[in-house]
Design a binder for this molecule. Structure first.
Ligand SMILES: Nc1ncnc2c1ncn2[C@@H]1O[C@H](COP(=O)(O)OP(=O)(O)OP(=O)(O)O)[C@@H](O)[C@H]1O
Ligand SMILES: [Mg+2]
Length: 409
């Protein structure tokens, strides 16, 4: 019981795979990964649940495997959310200080005031993340507790999503027999697992390129500044290859994962690959460069859209730490080189490394979100007010705002 109650579980319901990751916090603030379960995902399109039953089945399989490995029963999970319906925007909160001195309670109040904005009835607030505080006109304050003043203001980043998309996600998890502790934007989870505090401080963009989505998060001055979710990913490359080489999609995916390259010029001209044709015809041998010439324009499109978002954010000149790319698609050869060319900033591959236990298993860009969800969840440790999200009462959890907020100090 005592062991199980301290375990934290992340459930990443992706377009290609569902993965459940069990973490055990270690003293003083480490984390051991003790269970990993993965199963192909058949119920999502572009990051959003479109088939409940298929999704439930994938969740059950992934969770069973993780339970088996960890020797525990999973009852509550931290789940990721993504998809084109997610919107990030700036917000502002303001209150007057009754006691002329900022208290912890005032921080909660001012953040709450920032989330009191009017959003359409079909949208739901997923995160309200404070960036900085301002006391009586003095801005740029990270920890205002104890400061004297009359007026407290905060700048926040607000993430909203479609109520129905979030409800469907929660419904699948409930049907699979578990509760949801909280829902976390996937790229925020990934950033927990792959970015260093220094990178977030000096300015960095995280790009999580998965099967159906590419998710972006920009951090400057230690805080989240911009988020965007694009509905393009590795699955689109599979379809391009299937059409371009007249081969079944499953075969296209296989050769992409085995021999793909994102940058045709970097593929030696003499390398060749075998391709099975549709309709059971004999396999052919083609230059590997030909495959790369199909992949590159799609990767270029995705990265150009990312670049457009970076420019739109207004932070393009504030990213000295460059870009960190993660998600299954970036495993492909030469994605770092192509990303550097398109984005014009330094790029590195990111994967979860700062954990113990099954470290070698999760040291893979496909596990960034799953491990990040566990890391996010560990910050709830000891918080008795941890709220369980419910399908019907689907109002924003104030606790999750506090968590982001605690990270701040
Ligand atoms: N070695 C590889 N080379 C190229 N692509 C790869 C490789 N391994 C995995 N991929 C691709 O990565 C994608 C899956 O990545 P990931 O597991 O991060 O996605 P997901 O989390 O399921 O989806 P999403 O986050 O978009 O909902 C697939 O398109 C898969 O083909
Ligand atoms: Mg993903």
């Amino acid at each position: 019981m005592s062991k199980e109650s301290s375990l934290i579980v992340g459930l990443d319901i992706g377009t290609t795979k569902v993965c459940a990751i069990v973490g055990e916090p270690t003293y003083p603030n480490g984390l051991d990964i003790i269970g990993v379960g993965t199963y192909p995902s058949y119920g999502l399109k572009r990051g959003v649940v479109v088939n409940i039953e298929n999704t439930v089945q994938s969740i059950k399989h992934a969770v069973e495997e993780a339970e088996h490995m960890a020797g525990c029963e999973i009852r509550t999970v931290f789940a990721g959310i993504a998809g084109g319906h997610i919107k990030g925007m700036g917000g502002h909160g303001m209150i007057t200080l009754r006691n002329r001195e900022v208290s912890k309670r005032d921080l909660d109040r001012v953040i709450e005031s920032a989330s009191a904005l009017s959003i359409p009835a079909d949208r739901e607030i997923i995160h309200v993340i404070p960036q900085e505080f301002n006391v009586d006109g003095q801005g740029g304050i990270k920890d205002p507790v104890g400061i004297y003043g009359i007026k407290l203001e905060t700048k926040v980043h607000i993430v909203t999503g479609q109520v129905t998309a979030a409800q469907n996600l929660v419904k699948c998890i409930h049907r699979a027999g578990m509760d949801v502790a909280d829902i976390i934007l996937e790229q925020l989870a990934s950033s927990e697992a792959v970015l260093t505090p220094d990178e977030k401080e000096i300015g960095v963009v995280l790009i999580d390129c998965g099967g159906g989505t590419t998710d972006i998060a920009i951090f400057v001055g230690g805080s989240i500044r911009y988020t965007e979710n694009l509905t393009l990913g590795g699955d689109h490359i599979d379809r391009d290859i299937a059409v371009g080489l007249s081969t079944p999609v499953a075969e296209a995916k296989r050769i992409k994962e085995k021999q793909g390259s994102a940058y045709a010029d970097l593929v030696p001209p003499d390398e060749t690959i075998e391709v099975i044709s549709v309709g059971g015809r004999r396999s052919r041998t083609i230059p590997r460069r030909e495959l790369a010439m199909i992949i590159e324009p799609r990767m270029e499109e995705i990265l150009s859209l990312v670049k457009r978002e970076i420019i739109k954010s207004g932070y393009q000149d504030f990213l000295p730490a460059g870009a960190v790319i993660t998600g299954g698609t970036v495993i492909m050869d030469n994605t770092v080189e192509l990303a550097e060319k398109i984005l014009g900033i330094p790029v590195r591959r990111g994967l979860p490394t700062e954990v113990g236990g099954l470290k070698d298993v999760v040291a893979n860009p496909v596990y960034s979100t799953g491990v990040g969800l566990v890391l996010y969840g560990t910050r709830y440790k000891g918080d008795k007010k941890l709220r369980i999200r419910d399908e019907k009462v689907f109002k924003k959890v104030f606790e999750s705002m506090k968590t982001w907020f605690q990270e701040f100090f």
